[in-house]
Design a protein around this ligand. Structure first.
Ligand code: NAP
Length: 468
């Protein structure tokens, strides 16, 4: 370990992941008034911004304005971007850590939670996260096929991702073309036979995880009526107790009010419908070689010993015909070799951002921010406070001499290693070249942007094609 106060050279920090959590961590370091710091940010894609580019729904362009703030951070002279570099493949976590005083893991939650029911892997049953990555042009998902020639799609889950995919399934072509939706997805989504999206929640409307604007939007769709059974919005005993308790917040109450409004509203006769059906837990997905129907339990609510409203199945079940199921029950983190990992929680165990191993002992020089720190919850801005906490922990450790001693650290360490291994890493100006090309293609087609969705095309645009 370094002696307290020993360091006269800059603090060298690697951040793995260039989504909101990574960028807020970089911003907190680079804007610190007393810190001499150099930040290298690594991403496995040639493009930065994580879920802001490949997760945020394309019809929510304002949310993506936060990129301007991240670009400001990237413009700092002590910031560098290394895209198209996968830790765990191109270099190990230990090799990376050996080049920096601190590594901040900020790679989010890339997998999805499983339902654990029969038929979950039938063709036509997909994780909603994959569908999201597909319509957002993520190169790993651009080749996926979603069979959209069915009348009814069932979406499982009552979170904002479920709301996003439901909207995307019923937007008319003109409302897709004015977004940065991947070009292939615009064609596929505009030509679907989908007439109904059925969103299933296992608990009631007052316990849904949606935020209020996302619920309101479901009632404002150009081509789809929103449908809620009036009986579903009458609070039962458990919900009445919940709404009267401190556990319920304004979001719960406003959501219930919106759902009540939907239930009272006569259908306007639009060509499509989005129905929200509550108190339904999937039991089995069935079909002859592909999804044809889903069997669900009809639930009732009760308050458990800790005061939480939970769903439990009644004897009643329901079978719903459908051609596609999107499982939208949350993202899940994944581990990385050489770094402690809690596979059950899907997070890197940590104390205020300081990675800890067995017996809660610190794993020196390793820190964590964002979804891989706290799980897949909260909105983009939640990551700001989260990152600040981790940076304070790093500074505490630096002041206490608890960062690993690294003699002779050199700014060329990472680019030299990657160069020796023939890794075609993309720097921030390479991303800017991709960005400029995407915008130019968009302008030519009368769209805001046409995303490059093939890895080699991205690398070529960044000047990193095979001959480059
Ligand atoms: P989420 O908000 O955690 O919602 C997950 C949903 O899945 C909940 O309704 C949950 O029900 C349900 N669920 C979990 N396990 C289930 C099971 N085994 N069977 C049936 N249902 C199950 O997750 P998300 O929608 O993936 O969103 C992730 C985060 O990103 C959230 O914080 C979200 O707000 C954020 N996000 C924000 C935006 C936006 O701001 N516009 C857009 C997209 C995502 P219970 O409540 O009963 O557990």
């Amino acid at each position: 370990m370094a002696e307290p106060g020993e360091r006269s050279k800059p603090l060298r920090v690697a951040i793995v992941g260039s989504g909101p959590a990574g960028f807020y961590a970089a911003e907190a370091l680079l804007n610190h008034p007393e810190l001499d710091v150099e930040v290298d940010m690594i991403d496995r894609l040639p493009t930065p911004f994580g879920l802001v580019r490949s997760g945020v729904a394309p019809d929510h362009p304002k949310i993506k304005n936060v990129i301007k703030r991240y670009e400001k951070t990237a413009g700092h002279e002590a910031y560098r971007f290394f895209g198209h570099v996968t830790v765990g493949r191109d270099l190990s976590a230990d090799e990376l850590a050996g080049l920096y005083h601190a590594v901040i893991w900020a790679y989010g939650a890339g997998a999805d939670r499983r339902l654990g029911i029969p038929g979950e892997d039938l063709p036509g049953s997909h994780a909603a996260t994959e569908f999201v990555a597909w319509y957002n042009g993520h190169p790993d998902f651009a080749g996926r096929e979603f069979d959209l020639d069915c009348e009814r799609v069932v979406v499982i889950g009552n979170g904002n991702v479920a709301a996003d995919v439901a909207r995307m399934l019923v937007l008319p072509r003109e409302e897709l073309e004015c977004t940065d939706t991947a070009h292939y997805a615009i064609d596929a989504l505009s030509e679907t036979s989908v007439r109904e999206v059925l969103i299933l929640g296992r608990r009631g409307p007052a316990q849904a995880a949606f935020t209020n604007p996302e619920v309101r939007e479901l009632g404002e769709l150009t081509d789809a009526d929103v449908v809620v059974d009036p009986a579903a919005v009458v609070p039962d005993e458990a919900t009445t107790a919940f709404l009267g308790s401190e556990a319920a917040d304004a979001t719960n109450r406003k959501n219930l009010a919106s759902f009540t409004g939907f239930a009272e509203r006569p259908p306007a006769g639009k060509p499509k419908r989005v129905e929200l059906r509550f108190l339904r837990t999937p039991l089995e997905i069935r079909g002859d070689g592909r999804v044809e129907r889903i069997v669900v339990a009809v639930n009732e609510l009760h308050v458990d010993e800790s005061g939480v409203v939970r769903a439990r199945p009644t004897a009643e079940t329901e079978t719903i015909e459908c051609g596609m199921v999107l499982r939208s029950i949350g993202y899940l983190g994944t581990g990385i070799d050489g770094v402690p990992y809690d596979a059950i929680a899907g997070v890197i165990p940590n104390d205020r951002g300081r990675v800890i191993g067995e017996d809660s002992a610190p794993h020196p020089g390793h820190y964590v921010v964002g979804w891989i720190k706290r799980g897949p919850s909260g909105v983009i801005g939640t990551n700001k406070k989260d990152a600040q906490e981790t940076i304070e922990t790093i500074l505490e450790d630096a002041a206490a001499g608890a960062l690993p001693e690294r003699r002779g650290l050199d700014r060329d360490g990472l680019p030299d290693l990657l160069g020796e291994r023939g890794i075609r890493f993309v720097e921030f100006d390479g991303w800017e070249a991709i960005d400029a090309l995407e915008q130019r293609l968009g302008t030519d087609a009368g769209r805001p942007r046409i995303k490059l969705t093939v890895l080699e095309e991205m690398l070529a645009a960044a000047g990193k094609d095979d001959d480059g």
